[in-house]
Design a protein around this ligand. Structure first.
Ligand code: MN
Length: 270
């Protein structure tokens, strides 16, 4: 076991002071808005609070055809998924800044949610798992505890991180620009220059199927598996390839972008 510096062991011991019970209570407080907005007797979305925080932090991007098509970027921090709605989705082009509107913290269980939220419910529409994996601290302070670094970056509004997904990799930053009247923060999502940057590319157009089930938006909306069972997904690790249950749902036919998808795209520009 590598020797720890005095500072590192001090951090470890102060971290131990925040017990699992305490962090669960913290996650519950953070999830209050998420739960208030939803009727769990009507939607199959998870209520959350059952997944303990792990050493490896999860990230997920869900493509969400709600009243306006957008991509939900979620980054795990302190027992919840910090969440942003990105109307145009991520871009690998470092010259492109994508608006990212911060939304309520989501439960970690949300990371395996793919399906359809009933019309008329909060966020009603189809949700696709577009990318997933883990992420790490991406700042330049080599001395800092990585999780502390992420916390500080998030609080400062200069949130640097490295994604290890199937479709998105490398270094990114979320920069907080302002808060609206309701205190909701607006951020910009920007790809840093590295080997994963690609000027002029369009990564959301390149990948139009689920990273988990390979289904198109139309296939998910058509719903061979409309009901999401939280007990089936407990063992799914971030970044893991599709589960047998998910694989079984996708029949052999590879689907091309369909007219329904194009209708969704058209709706987006309205
Ligand atoms: Mn959304």
């Amino acid at each position: 076991m590598p020797k720890k510096s005095a500072a590192a062991s001090k951090r470890t011991s102060s971290k131990k002071a925040s017990t699992p019970v305490k962090s669960a209570a913290k996650a519950d407080a953070q999830l209050a808005e998420y739960r208030r907005k939803r009727d769990f007797t009507r939607t199959a979305e998870p209520q959350g609070g059952d997944v303990p925080a792990k050493q490896k932090l999860a990230f997920v991007i869900q493509k969400h055809a709600a009243s306006h098509l957008h991509y939900d970027l979620r980054l795990e921090l302190d027992g919840v998924m910090k969440s942003w709605a990105v109307p145009k989705g991520p871009s690998l082009d470092p010259t492109v800044k994508r608006l990212a509107m911060q939304v309520e913290d989501h439960p970690i269980e949300y990371n395996t949610f793919e399906g359809t939220i009933p019309k008329g419910e909060y966020g009603g529409g189809t949700v696709m798992l577009w990318d997933r994996g883990t992420y790490t601290y991406g700042g330049s302070d080599s001395q800092i505890d990585p999780i502390d670094g992420l916390r500080r970056g998030y609080q400062k509004g200069d949130f640097k991180f490295v994604l290890l997904g199937k479709r998105l990799r490398g270094s990114w930053v979320l920069v907080r620009t302002r808060r609206d009247e309701r205190g909701k923060a607006q951020w910009l999502l920007i790809k840093h220059r590295d080997e994963y940057a690609a000027e002029g590319s369009d990564v959301t157009a390149e990948h139009q199927t689920s990273v988990a089930t390979r289904r198109t938006m139309e296939e998910i909306a058509g719903g061979k598996s409309r009901v999401w069972h939280s007990n089936r997904t407990d063992d799914v690790e971030p970044g893991e390839e599709k589960r047998p249950a998910a694989a079984a749902r996708t029949s052999g036919t590879p689907a091309a972008p369909t007219s329904a998808y194009q209708r969704l795209m058209a709706r987006r520009t309205r």
